[in-house]
Design a protein around this ligand. Structure first.
Ligand SMILES: C[S@@+](CC[C@H](N)C(=O)[O-])C[C@H]1O[C@@H](n2cnc3c(N)ncnc32)[C@H](O)[C@@H]1O
Length: 207
């Protein structure tokens, strides 16, 4: 399936309901509603657009595929958020943003594919403003939504197998070890509906 087909069949089809739910959870948890947000490895941008809808954040979707940049533009215009959601090609391991320039980094379903997860997380920490938040991982929002998606994809056993394989290769201890190595204080929350790395960059101590 190419990115265009994936956008139509999966992101805007089977997965449609998960993005607003994940966006709600991210904002409830982090409280970030203004400033700049990156949706990292955001694909066609459905999570980023859902975040823009419930906040005043200016969202940039970053993805390694140029095809996705075009899809984000289409999707954000279709949803009426073209003025607050843009997109650029880039990789997690070398984020095209200045130090301390971003208030919120979200990323769903992408870290499993990063060539260098440790470098990607270090980059996320670098670009966050003091007091900014990161919410990175993969999931379906709730167990009910996961079950719905599983039913919709029941004719594709490969999907379920690959998802479980990714979870086994990337257990929560693996992410906890990465955070420890980077000296980042954060939590890794794991349940059947998803695994999320959540951290906030400490506010700078004034001299
Ligand atoms: C499974 S898709 C998830 C897309 C979207 N976040 C969602 O949940 O609908 C994974 C995305 O991560 C992107 N990706 C993979 N490795 C990346 C990297 N190192 N940096 C940025 N994006 C990456 C892929 O191009 C793809 O669009």
């Amino acid at each position: 399936m190419d990115a265009v087909e994936f956008n139509e069949k999966v992101m805007k089809g089977h997965f449609r309901k998960i993005y607003p739910e994940i966006a709600r959870q991210v904002i409830n948890r982090t409280g970030v509603i203004t400033g700049r947000c990156i949706d990292l490895g955001g694909g066609p941008g459905m999570l980023g657009i859902s975040i823009a809808k419930i906040t005043m954040l200016r969202v940039t979707v970053v993805d390694l595929m140029q095809e996705c940049v075009e899809l984000v533009r289409q999707n954000s215009l279709e949803e009426g958020y073209g003025h607050r959601v843009d997109a650029m090609q880039g990789v997690a391991e070398e984020l095209p943003f200045e130090d301390r320039s971003i208030d919120l980094v979200v990323s769903r379903g992408s870290i499993f594919f990063w060539e260098n997860q440790q470098q990607g997380l270090a980059e996320v920490f670098r670009v966050l403003r003091p007091g900014g938040w990161a919410f990175i991982g993969g999931g379906f929002g709730t167990l009910e939504l996961l079950r719905e998606v599983e039913q919709l994809r029941a004719n594709d056993p490969e999907w379920s197998r690959k998802r479980k394989e990714r979870m086994t290769k990337n257990p929560p201890e693996h992410y906890r070890a990465l955070l420890k190595r980077l000296g980042i204080t954060g939590t890794v929350e794991h349940e059947e509906a998803g695994t999320w790395i959540i951290f906030s960059k400490p506010e700078e101590v004034k001299p």
